[in-house]
Design a protein around this ligand. Structure first.
Ligand code: AMP
Ligand code: TRP
Length: 344
């Protein structure tokens, strides 16, 4: 007897991703995630949410949370998401995320979650004081994705492990509940030079909102002067740029700036090196600063303009939530039936 591969998912393609409303967005978020959302919305039905359920895995001031959600929504709109094309919504407005997460908590194994490196990083030395939510965070992420049966998930490279867990949960659910092909095994979309943007002060550390140095990152809300100055101050080395990326393997800061240039210009790193090989950073940095200012400069202003009319953002989010529920509700009804719950 031969083992047959389970039936593959045969439903429609969907894109889904989200960002937490906890802190200012930066160039890494933009190039690793937001820029891809805007691109994909024209190719595949796209669902982009603000992850407020995930945000409260660490303390959030209830008086500020809604404002933080609007800020992320404004960032989505300012970077090119069109609410008439993509579905944009707050995670907490679609209760099916949390409901499916509970079922998945009973599908995922402790051993799978014990391997998650992000929990280890975020919980630090005192893991017994971390919330249980922080531990089971990736299970909720799997529910976010699979409640829409999403097939593609645009994220930065740091989320790959969570996507592997999502695939494991989907596969085990399909197997245990004898529903082959019910959930897709979603693919992370991490390709391209923007997948892992590093700090401008240390080419071996990820650009991150938790870095105490504001000069380590370019914020989406930085104005042209701040952007240009941060690039001028970025750490580099005295060597000229080489002809290949391999030659940059021991020069993390140089490698990072070439990657940023490529991602901002929508070109490959090889193309950037073909243009700049032989030139030093005295020549390269002003070009990079001009490019960064031209791409990033208008975003902050547009965010401020959008945030001056919160009622319009709320209207967009409410409309998105209604559309999201049209997809999430039938999935959850099927899950309830498969699991054997009362209401189906
Ligand atoms: P976070 O701000 O960590 O919630 O991340 C939101 C999105 O931005 C996720 O898709 C991350 O993978 C992505 N991201 C965060 N930091 C970086 C970075 N330094 N480079 C590339 N992508 C990133
Ligand atoms: N964990 C993601 C981050 O830290 C945010 C997130 C939550 C997400 N749910 C998701 C991303 C579902 C993609 C798909 O950035």
């Amino acid at each position: 007897m031969t083992d047959q591969a389970p039936a593959p998912y045969a439903g429609p393609q969907r894109v889904l991703s989200g960002v937490q409303p906890s802190g200012d967005l930066h160039l890494g978020n933009y190039l690793g995630a937001l820029v891809k959302f805007a691109r994909l919305q024209h190719e595949i039905p796209t669902f982009i949410f603000v992850a407020d359920l995930h945000a409260i895995t660490v303390w959030q001031d209830p008086k500020l949370l809604k404002t933080q959600v609007r800020e992320i929504a404004a960032a989505y709109l300012a970077t090119g998401l069109d609410p008439k094309v993509a579905t944009i919504f707050p995670q907490s407005a679609v209760p099916e995320h949390a409901e499916l997460a509970w079922v998945f908590n009973c599908v995922a194994r402790l051993g799978w979650l014990d391997r998650m490196t992000q929990f280890k990083e975020k919980s630090g030395k005192h893991k017994e004081r971390a919330s249980v939510g922080l531990y089971t965070y990736p299970v909720l992420q799997a529910a976010d994705i699979l409640v829409y049966k999403a097939t593609q998930v645009p994220v930065g490279e740091d989320q790959k492990q969570h996507l592997e867990l999502t695939r494991d949960i989907a596969g085990k659910f399909n197997h245990d509940y004898e529903a082959p092909g019910f959930f897709p095994l979603p693919e992370p979309l991490t390709q391209g030079p923007g997948a892992r943007i590093m700090s401008l002060r240390d080419g071996t550390a990820k650009m991150s909102k938790s870095d105490p140095s504001d000069n380590s990152r370019i914020n989406l809300t930085d104005d042209a002067d701040a952007i240009a100055q941060k690039i001028r101050k970025a750490k580099t080395d005295p060597e000229p740029l080489p002809e290949t990326m391999e030659a940059l393997s021991e020069r993390p800061e140089a490698r990072n700036l070439v990657g940023i240039y490529a991602a901002l210009a929508g070109r490959t790193e090889a193309e950037v090196l073909a243009e700049f090989a032989g030139q030093g950073f005295g020549a390269f940095k002003p070009k990079l600063a001009d490019l960064a200012v031209s791409v990033m400069g208008p975003i902050g202003g547009e965010m401020r303009r959008l945030l001056s009319d919160p009622a319009e953002i709320d209207r967009i989010l409410a409309d998105g939530a209604a559309r999201a529920r049209e997809v999430a509700t039938p999935t959850m009804a099927e899950v309830r039936r498969l699991v054997g719950f009362w209401a189906g």
